[in-house]
Design a binder for this molecule. Structure first.
Ligand code: NI
Length: 184
């Protein structure tokens, strides 16, 4: 089932995702729905808060980057914890399904080590670099209530103010279903 993607301005995007219990009965269905939702919106990653579930879960599929320097990863990350990030920060233009039609350079470290559980609750500790690391960092942030626009300069954010307001009011032109913040 394709789920509506929460638009910028909804408080759920600012909530830290709760730890997921292995016996959570809705988890497998949620994961299936998140894959469908992400592919339907042509995304490369999606975090549970973006479908209005404040839990520590995100999915990543980097296949569409088509950059042979990095392995393609297609994975479910549950209860992820970034243990370490290193290397000289690099700029990469990021976007977000919850913040459509805005792309900005974000500076992050190129390498990371992460501990997480997969959909079968096996625990892994792995290292990622480059684009896969970048997508993981972006989605991981969602599970901490953080958005990529938090990293851009105050000036740039001020320039985006009206665009962001427009998104939160449902004015973004997208070809997927969005869930707007409740009327205040
Ligand atoms: Ni995002």
């Amino acid at each position: 089932m394709i789920l509506p993607i929460v638009a910028y301005g909804d408080p759920v995007l600012r909530k830290a995702g709760a730890k997921i219990d292995q016996h959570n009965k809705d988890l497998q269905a949620l994961i299936v729905n998140m894959w469908q939702t992400m592919y339907n919106a042509n995304g490369v990653g999606l975090a549970a808060p973006q479908v209005n579930k404040a839990v520590n879960l995100f999915i990543v599929d980097t296949e569409s980057f088509d950059d042979e320097r990095y392995p393609i990863i297609k994975k479910v990350f549950i209860n992820a914890e970034i243990l370490e990030e290193w290397g000289d920060e690099w700029d990469f233009e990021e976007g977000c399904l919850s913040i459509p039609n805005i792309r900005e350079n974000v500076s992050r470290r190129p390498h990371l080590r992460i501990r997480y559980q997969d959909e079968h609750f096996n625990t892994f500790e792995e290292e990622y670099s480059g684009i896969p690391a970048r997508v993981i960092q972006h989605e991981y942030d969602h599970c901490k209530g953080k958005l990529f626009i938090d990293y851009i300069s105050e000036l740039k954010r001020r320039l985006l103010k009206n665009k962001l307001l427009n998104i939160s009011k449902g004015g973004a032109k997208v070809d997927y279903k969005m869930r707007l913040p409740a009327n205040k």
